[in-house]
Design a protein around this ligand. Sequence first.
Ligand SMILES: NC(=O)c1ccc[n+]([C@@H]2O[C@H](COP(=O)([O-])OP(=O)(O)OC[C@H]3O[C@@H](n4cnc5c(N)ncnc54)[C@H](O)[C@@H]3O)[C@@H](O)[C@H]2O)c1
Length: 234
Amino acid sequence: MSGSRERIALVTGARSGIGKACAEGLAREGFLVVGCDLRSDQVGVVPLDVGYEEDWQNVIAGIDRRYGRLDVLINAAGVSLDGDTIEHCSPETWSATFETNLTGPFLGMKHAIPLMRKRGEGVILNISSILANVADGEAAAYSASKGALSQLTKSVALDLARKSPGIRCNAILPGYAATPLLERWPTTAYVQRTPLGRLCRPEEVASLAIYLCGDAAAAVTGSEFAVDGGYTAQ
Ligand SMILES: NC(=O)c1ccc[n+]([C@@H]2O[C@H](COP(=O)([O-])OP(=O)(O)OC[C@H]3O[C@@H](n4cnc5c(N)ncnc54)[C@H](O)[C@@H]3O)[C@@H](O)[C@H]2O)c1
């Protein structure tokens, strides 16, 4: 079997928010989307805990067996946990944040790249955050994990550029976006601090993701792009 002729995309965090919007957007573009999430209580969502290497090995092996190719990986799964100021952040909160936000994309890229390399082409997008670059003082582990994810993205992009130039790796840095992750916090302050005076919509992050996944972005790698209503221009 020479593999599927259809383009295959794997999206984590596909059950909700930005991951869901990316999965739906890619499907509209004609991709066959393997949407994964910790909770797979929705039809078509494949169970995957991004922090567990064995889960990644199983999902990637399944895609290889069934389709023989992987064109896109979007690492969108992420958490922002309670008690994340420096004096209150427990080692458990610290570890859980890093496991999902940083170890998840690390393991995803580690296992997706060999399958992308079979065809010599692929696109990886890591959903980071504006808090990778600007801090707000209330998200210590979260900001640290996203800052590290941005650096990991650039390191992987440079490694791939030398060894497999058809595989690109970029990061999207959303600002405050209207998703269940943010609904847990009072959003009025976030709206006030955003120059456009509103939260971003998950679909607005997804439309940049779709561009970055396409051939029009063939020269784009190792870059990070904000979708933040002007937040980081301040
Ligand atoms: N909403 C925002 O304001 C905002 C801003 C900047 C960056 N982000 C980032 O965007 C990404 C998506 O967040 P969102 O706002 O859509 O949140 P969300 O809570 O709506 O969706 C996150 C999804 O990730 C899944 N998930 C959590 N841990 C997982 C794990 N270990 N394995 C697999 N799936 C897991 C959740 O079940 C959920 O479906 C995250 O990486 C987040 O950090 C969000």
